[in-house]
Structures are given as C-alpha cells and as structure tokens.
Design a protein around this ligand. Structure first.
Ligand SMILES: [Cu+2]
Length: 137
C-alpha cells in the first residue's frame, strides 16, 4: 500500500501537469511603439504549439488597441503589400514566426497612453494565450 500511494500521486501530478502547461507558447515578443500620428503599431512573435493537435488562431485582441489584425506582407511586382490573414494555423509540435516582412500583427488605434501591451489570442471563443510585452522603440 505504501508503494502504491507515491505512484498514484506521481500519476496525478503528471496528469495535472500536462493539463496545466500551456499548449501554445509565445517567445521573442516585440511590439513597436505606435508611430506618432499613424495610430498603428506592429507586433512580432513566435508561436509554438506543444500540443499534438493544430491550434487555429482566429482572432487577436488587446485592451490597448481598438483593433488587432493578423497580416502577411508579400512582395508583388517589387512592391511590398500586406494582406489580412484569415485564421492563423499553428501545426502540432510546430512554430509560426511572425516577423518583419512576413506574417505580423497590426495593432490599430491605440487607446490612451501605455507602456505595456497585452495581447489575447483566441481559438474560436476561447483565449488560448495571453501575452504581456513592454513596448519597444
Ligand atoms: Cu500589416
């Protein structure tokens, strides 16, 4: 009996651990200060999906901005353009990099003054990741 209890506890901890650890993790998060007079800022980060299922980001919101859009920059006929992404799929055990010249977040119409931006990533109606980042120059 004394042997069984520690094993059970370990099993329970292991279970709680896998449920509690976030399947989606952000790294290298950078949000630029809004360009004065432009009411717009860009956000870059790496999203890593540790789960064995794909995660589809359907929406990003921020209390500090009226609107957050997911964009992708492409070069067309030598011109840089950007398009809204529909959903952003992060495949199982994979990462998606949002970086200058590629996929990125476009943060529109800042609300008030702030030094830290909070970003909420939604998969459907559920927030699957919240990131706080200090604005960079
Ligand atoms: Cu953009």
């Amino acid at each position: 009996m004394k042997r069984i209890i520690p094993v059970l506890i370990l099993a329970l901890l292991g279970c709680a651990c896998s449920q509690g650890s976030a399947p989606l993790v952000a790294s290298d998060v950078v949000v630029s200060k809004p360009i004065p007079g432009m009411n717009i800022a860009a956000g870059y980060l790496t999203l890593s999906n540790n789960a064995s299922q794909p995660i589809i980001i359907t929406q990003v919101t921020s209390p500090q901005f009226e609107s957050v859009e997911m964009h992708e920059s492409v070069i067309e006929d030598g011109m840089a353009r950007m398009y809204p992404l529909g959903d952003l799929m992060v495949l199982a055990k994979s990462s998606v990099v949002l970086q200058p010249g590629g996929k990125h977040l476009m943060l529109l119409r800042p609300v008030g003054e702030f030094d830290t931006v909070s970003l909420d990533f939604y998969a459907g109606k559920a927030v699957v990741l919240t990131v706080n980042v200090v604005l960079s120059d």
